[in-house]
Design a protein around this ligand. Structure first.
Ligand code: GAL
Length: 751
């Protein structure tokens, strides 16, 4: 029953907090025409204010990427826009107008024609306590006199940026009238796809109402299509009804013709208004064959250690257990456990030690040449591991870390994954009487935890800030750097992520290069004094072009960007803009475009399946590997689904990332939304990524000339994800890629 009167009044207040996730299409686009100015003046909200001398700016990317590097503090965006009354008149439910302004880093106030219509002030309520990673969706009743129908309106957005990236950086933009379908959620996230035999896939979806009064009836259309040819492989229509406490749940089953990308679309057609709401999702497809039962040694060819530092390396090997390990020419001060493949000990003398690793099972054996380099550098290839932030955020605990460590040891370590890193949220509120940092009650025994992780052959990471407080508001290391480094070493840590955060209050307002470097040098010296192999990972979002000097402060990696999130906008905005820092990468020193957003993520405590489509996830891992980027898994590893596990355990793809030459890919072509990135590998071959940045399938072509291989035009191609040879090809290679999809090739001269 439609009870519009009650319905509207109930929602007048509620809708401010219920930003629809799957609302109807935007009625008015607001993507173009924004003006921008740094600074802060109350008069900038006024419609009559002249912004003609303000700079144009794009929304959907931080201002740092648009000519304002390192700018923190206040800035304003303004837009002149006509709001046609037709959008009001054609709406079925004459309810409220909605302004979708995407995500804003960090806080915002939004003015319509000079008066405040919305603010994100986080828990503190003020613009300075705003939360960057939230959709801004502000609504007004249609009768509100501040809306100038069919005339010019001025939307002015006052933004406060604490640190790192700033501005209207990502998300959904537009002006719409809330309609019936805005109160429907098509929930696809609670249940993953289930894979049966013979390419059978099933999926449970549910439709929920967030209206306390509206009983929905209508039809649900389910279709599954090949995104490249457009052909529909499954179609079903159901008559359905549901209400607030009575969701409609349904499990559909489909047989997929091939092992490739397919898209499922769920369209709800509301019975009375005839309005439609659609959600499309990609169906996971597993490309990589299982590793053979015969033994294989995976992982990098080199490993660095400081003289006399405790050494820990677990030989990554696949094959049916039990496996037995051996290492010929292993220096006498190192010991290999033949059952676990874990090497421990120390090396005193600098030098390159060439070792022959071998592993055997009842089906055969495998060997691999492996070089241990004892010297001034560690982390010779990008770190592969897990970090708690993108899943657990500040709710990380000993128990959650152990569960992930166990999962890594059981399922991922055989492919070279080796770091278990605790991010923010482990610190106690106070230091002890001697100023020593303490872990909080979620980590009752840090040393015990590190011992446990080490016993699995994995290494352990921790997090702090050079400022007095971390970004999560916990204690930082300011003026306790030596003491903290000593504590990390005593607990047994092997990795430190050091995050600028509140150091912004210590550094001058316009930091010089020296100011940027200073806190990182202090900690570098403190870490060096511990004598441990501690990977040093800088997190300061790329300020002061950190890629140009990160190696001078002893960093093994440095974040080049603000935080990633699990959207295509964020992933592609970061990943495809890494070419300018690429030349500064070298063995032991890597650009870090931030952690992986695959699997179940959520920034704690509740998690959801990544919002990236399967194709986008293949693109994510391909691009990070081509860039020689550290890869830190950001999901709950104790709940790894088959797709995510497969995505993270392709040894040919990981080998691209871990190639000892450490030469990141360069973009050799960029046309019609197709980009080609080429990475030179140590054996003289090339890794090549063909990427489709378009929202639709698109043909892509690799011209062999762009590879600059001396052998000319006849090349042997291999598909890394499928681990399949594509044969010898001449001149060029063509393929049609699904939206946001990739083909990752390894290419070498044909003999
Ligand atoms: C951010 C950092 C994140 C995470 C967080 C912890 O500044 O970029 O990766 O570490 O702080 O509070």
């Amino acid at each position: 029953m439609l009870k519009i009167g009650v319905f509207i009044s109930c929602f007048l207040s509620l809708i401010l907090f219920f930003a629809p996730e799957t609302g109807s299409a935007q009625d008015v686009s607001i993507l173009q025409g924004w003006k921008f100015k740094t600074g802060d003046q109350a008069g900038w909200a006024a419609p009559a204010f002249s912004d003609s001398d303000w700079a144009p700016i794009k929304i959907g990317a931080p201002w740092e990427a648009q000519g304002y590097p390192g700018y923190n503090g206040f800035a304003w965006y303004r837009l002149h826009i006509t709001i046609p009354s037709a959008i009001r008149d054609k709406s079925f439910l004459k309810d409220r107008i909605r302004f979708d302004l995407g995500k804003i880093d960090d806080g915002d106030e939004v003015y319509l024609n000079g008066s405040l219509i919305g603010r994100n002030g986080g828990r503190g309520g003020t613009i300075e306590s705003g939360v960057w990673d939230q959709d801004r969706s502000y609504t007004l009743p249609l009768a509100d006199s501040r809306i100038h129908w069919d005339q010019d309106n001025v939307i002015a957005v006052r933004v406060w940026d604490r640190n790192g990236d700033g501005g209207m950086y990502d998300g959904k933009y537009g002006i719409s009238i809330n309609d019936v379908t805005d109160y429907v959620r098509i929930n696809t996230a609670d249940n993953g796809f289930q894979f049966g035999n013979n390419k059978q896939v099933s999926k449970k979806i549910s439709l929920q109402s967030v209206s306390p009064t509206y009983d929905f009836t209508g039809r649900l259309h389910i279709s599954v299509a090949d995104p490249i040819s457009g052909s529909v492989v499954f179609k079903q229509t159901l008559g359905i009804d549901f209400a607030k406490d009575r969701p409609f749940e349904y499990t559909y089953k489909v047989s997929l013709p091939e092992n490739k990308s397919y898209q499922a679309t769920y369209t709800f057609e509301e019975g009375r208004s005839k309005k439609q709401l659609s959600v499309t999702e990609g169906i996971p497809f597993i490309l990589t064959p299982r590793p053979p039962a015969t033994p294989r040694i995976n992982g990098a060819d080199v490993f660095g250690t400081y003289p006399n530092a405790p050494f820990l390396y677990r030989v990554p090997a696949t094959g049916e257990g039990p496996l037995t390990y051996k290492a010929a020419s292993l220096p006498a001060t190192l010991k290999l456990d033949p059952q676990t493949g874990i090497i421990t000990g120390t090396l005193a003398a600098k030098g390159s030690y060439k070792v022959k690793l071998s592993v055997r099972n009842k089906l055969g054996s495998a060997t691999k040449n492996f070089t241990i380099v004892c010297g001034d550098k560690i982390g010779l290839t990008p770190a592969l591991g897990w970090n708690s932030w993108n899943c657990w955020g500040l709710t990380v605990s000993d128990e959650k870390v152990r569960a992930s460590a166990k999962a890594m040891a059981d399922r991922l370590a055989s492919h070279g994954w080796s770091y278990i890193n605790i991010d923010d949220g482990w610190e106690n509120a106070q230091r002890d009487a001697d100023g020593k940092i303490l872990a909080n009650s979620k980590f009752p025994d840090m040393k015990g935890l590190a011992d446990f992780v080490h016993s699995l052959g994995l290494r352990m990471g921790i997090y702090s800030s050079p400022g007095p407080r971390t970004c999560g508001g916990y204690l930082g290391s300011y003026q306790h750097e030596r003491q903290d480094a000593a504590s990390y070493a005593a607990w047994g840590f092997d990795y430190l992520k050091y995050d600028w955060c509140s150091y912004g209050e210590i550094a001058p307002r316009d930091p010089s290069l020296e100011d940027y470097q200073k806190p990182y040098k202090v900690m570098q010296e403190a870490l060096a004094s511990t004598g441990r192999n501690i990977i040093y990972s800088l997190c300061q979002y790329g300020m002061g072009d950190v890629w140009k000097w990160g190696n001078q402060v002893g960093a093994n990696s440095w974040r080049t960007t603000g935080d990633i999130s699990d959207t295509w906008g964020s992933l592609s905005g970061i990943g495809f803009k890494q070419d300018h820092c690429a030349p500064y990468t070298e063995p032991g020193h890597f650009n870090d475009p931030d952690m992986l957003v695959v699997g179940r993520v959520g920034w704690g405590p509740s998690l959801h399946d990544t919002r990236l489509t399967p194709d986008e996830q293949y693109t994510h891992i391909s691009l990070w590997s081509l860039l020689s980027a550290p890869m830190l898994i950001g999901c709950d590893m104790s709940r790894l689904d088959d797709f995510t596990l497969n995505l993270l355990t392709n040894d040919e793809v990981i080998a691209v990332d871990q190639d000892a030459l450490a030469k990141p890919a360069v973009r050799v072509a960029d046309q019609d939304g197709i980009q080609v990135w080429v990475k030179e590998l140590r054996d003289g071959s090339r890794a090549v990524g063909l990427f489709n940045l378009n929202d639709k399938a698109h043909p892509a072509r690799l011209d062999f000339e762009t590879l600059k291989l001396p052998s000319g035009q006849k090349l042997k191609l291999r598909d890394c994800w499928r681990q399949q040879d594509l044969g010898v090809q001449k001149g060029s290679y063509s393929v049609t890629l699904p939206a946001h999809g990739v083909v990752l090739l390894r290419v070498k001269a044909a003999q």
